[in-house]
Design a binder for this molecule. Structure first.
Ligand code: ADP
Ligand code: MG
Length: 255
């Protein structure tokens, strides 16, 4: 079973002080699947992604990524936790794209993309450049290799950010509201790149309010509110027939 699962959360909880942000989250993402995670601001979506990416530890429950037990705690006892070095190694294999295109401003598009392969993977420069150019072509920006972020539109910057994440050959891509900061006319070009990636079989968790994308691309949709999974299932089904009032109310605001 575990072989087919990329992410397996079993009653994962997380608090910041007395603020219970994740309350017993259980969900799975199979290899090659796209899961869309939706819900109101403050419902714990980013925190959940950060737990998967080892930027936060879980307080209770069990979290596996790619079959590896990342964190396992019960009744306050640590039953398993990745060592910092193990966590760093696994984080290399997980690509993350944020709302704000956090490119290095003093580097060109290509330099942004080859930085981690050169420094972290010690890839030979010629090979990193060749791969970087392929990735730029994949996101439709072959002609922008030498452009600095300030000279790119938000949509172009976000596509470079996706190419930069892909340069590390991730087994899992996490997107945290990748189009929320974009002007509406630039959203489509970023979603198109993500769609293509999904088609090629990338495993993805996408926090988004783009329900059209969820309907068209996602294998599952999870609606979170107040740190719990309120409802989940086939996106077309959940969007057409939300069962819970909270889901209905949320969807009426974003659709
Ligand atoms: P979402 O992404 O769904 O908007 P978040 O996961 O960012 O939700 O936040 C959920 C809750 O956790 C919020 O109340 C937020 O203030 C709190 N929170 C998130 N990160 C931290 C942190 N590092 N320290 C303290 N509180 C945090
Ligand atoms: Mg968030």
């Amino acid at each position: 079973m575990t072989d087919t699962l990329m992410v397996e959360a079993d009653r994962v909880s997380k608090s910041f002080g007395s603020n219970k942000v994740l309350k017993s989250i259980s969900l799975t993402v199979k290899r090659g699947e796209v899961m869309c995670l939706v819900g109101p601001s403050g419902s714990g979506k980013s925190t959940f992604l950060r737990c998967i990416n080892h930027l936060e530890s879980v307080d209770a429950g069990r979290l596996r990524v790619d079959g590896e037990l990342v964190g396992y705690r019960e009744k306050g006892h640590i039953l398993h936790e990745l060592k910092p070095r193990e966590a760093a190694l696994q984080r290399r294999d997980i690509g993350m794209v944020f709302q704000r295109f956090n490119l290095f401003p003093h580097m060109t598009a290509l330099e942004n993309i080859i930085e981690a392969p050169l420094r972290v993977k010690r890839m030979p420069k010629a090979k990193a450049i060749e791969r970087g150019m392929d990735l730029l072509a994949q996101v439709g920006l072959a002609d922008k290799a030498d452009s600095y972020p300030a000279h790119l539109s938000g949509g172009q910057q976000q596509r470079v950010a996706i190419a930069r994440a892909l340069a590390m050959d991730p087994k899992l891509m996490l997107f945290d509201e990748p189009t929320s900061a974009l002007d509406p006319e630039l959203v489509g070009e970023v979603l198109d790149v993500m769609k293509q990636l999904a088609k090629e079989g990338m495993t993805m968790i996408v926090v988004t309010h783009e329900m059209g994308f969820a309907r068209e691309v996602a294998d599952s949709l999870v609606f979170m509110d107040g740190g719990v999974v309120v409802e989940s299932g086939d996106p077309r089904e959940v969007l057409a027939n939300p069962k819970h009032e909270r889901t209905k109310s949320f969807l009426s605001k974003v659709l």
